[in-house]
Design a protein around this ligand. Sequence first.
Ligand code: DQA
Length: 149
Amino acid sequence: MKQKKITVLHGPNLNLLGTRQPEIYGADTLDDVNNRLREAALLAGWEVVCFQSNHEGALIDAIHAARLDGTHAIIINPAAYTHTSVAILDALNAFEGTVFEVHISNVHKRESFRHHSYVSLRADGVIAGLGTHGYRAALDAIIKSEDAS
Ligand code: DQA
């Protein structure tokens, strides 16, 4: 049987994870996060594919690709595009699977411009403030609900 697939998308500046404002975003690098997700998924019989971009259009193209490549669910940290991008919301609205939005920091505890998320209008689940563990929490929730259905 073909492995079930989750696409993990990271927005702008998340390539700097581990060195960018570690007091907010922690010490894990993006490779640490992605490797842990791949390993956890594999143990559960799932495949995780990860992609990071600093460009809005590249993230939109990745969401379009996920519509066609057998992706069951998208975990997305749109980073700053969370608060600005109707285009990413529109792309996610065209994706039929599950969508989880993850923020490493608790955006609601921060500047008011971070309190609004366009992506939350589409997200089936939203996780904020759990550090990089938030990605793993999203992965576990998706796998649990999809494997139960
Ligand atoms: C973030 C929060 C956003 O407000 C910010 O622009 C980011 C990261 C987070 O993971 O906490 O780049 O999405």
